[in-house]
Design a protein around this ligand. Sequence first.
Ligand code: UDP
Length: 382
Amino acid sequence: MADKIVMVGAGLSGAVIGRALADAGRAVSVVDSRNHVGGNCHTARDADTGVMVHTYGPHIFHTDDAEVWDYVTGFARFRPYKHRVMTTAEGRIYGLPVNLHTINQYYNATMKPAEARAFIAEQAEDIADPQSFEEQALAFVGPDLYTAFFKGYTQKQWGTSPTALPAAILKRLPLRFNYDDNYFFHRFQGMPEDGYTPLIAAILDHPGITVQLSTPFDPAEANQWDHVFWSGPLDGFFDYRLGRLGYRTLDFERFTHDGDYQGCAVMNYGDVDVPHTRITEHKHFAPWENHAGSVLYREESRACGPDDIPYYPIRLVDEKAMLADYVEEAKTVSNVTFVGRLGTYRYLDMDVTIREALDCARAWLAARDAGTPAPVFSQAPL
Ligand code: UDP
């Protein structure tokens, strides 16, 4: 008899795995507690201004993975989009990521690439094996740029001193000795012309897939299914019985403006005494559109409570210890695969989410064919 398969969550992981299974001839039931597909990638046009709003915060698609790029562009038309981020720090505006323009502006200089490289090497502190975010930053750019661009922002974003955060967070950010201010350096970058929700709806649009929205899934009913793909929080599946994995949540204070408020999509705020981390002006994500009005989000980060939306997994020492315990629990449930950002408790970019979802679906199908155990996670959480 055919497997009874449920996918919990109609975000990117759920849609991509569901589609791969449906393409392989399986019937998949997709449920989501929200009233829309797309998870946190959800976009919706604002009724008053016509601006496409990234409801759960900014999402920019970028990847080096040609298969993933072919995949998304096979389901929606993408428009060229180059992400540039500005930052307001110490009373002035600079471009990010830190590049030659940022350095020359900050030091009021006219350095050439080699001069800037030598100058920053002088500023950088000699730390042999940087452990914390702060050590990594001091070894990377020295105290001036660290304080202006990373220290305050990171303190606000993570609610923790950069001395207690892992060095790995900074490794997401490049340092450039040229005038390239593209925030990402991947080969492929773009925005879906009509937003992310139609893209994900198109992935889910298959006769083998049924989607039920506004339909929470009770993990106690997992045994009624041959297989469950769970893209909700890993600890939530177990009713938080070993404790709650720490997350940062975001508050978006929405406001509107006539015309152009800030002239760019994302303006970061590096100073610690400004409470918000950034302001997003959504219409700049669609530079091919014209709107008289504007919709903005002022974004603040704080500890995630039980009723808040979990955004960023914290993954410090305590969280990793609890995570290890949940990983052991997960291994005891043979008919569930935990997938995606919340299911594996990892910070994930959209392209990585899709790559892992494609791989997970293939691994699951191969295991079914071979009669071997299903994967427990789309990717090992630790
Ligand atoms: N970051 C920073 N200053 C900035 C932007 C980022 O110090 O102006 C640090 C911060 O710790 C942040 C990390 O770099 O958490 C990753 O930044 P990214 O822009 O990739 O974060 P996202 O847009 O995914 O929230």
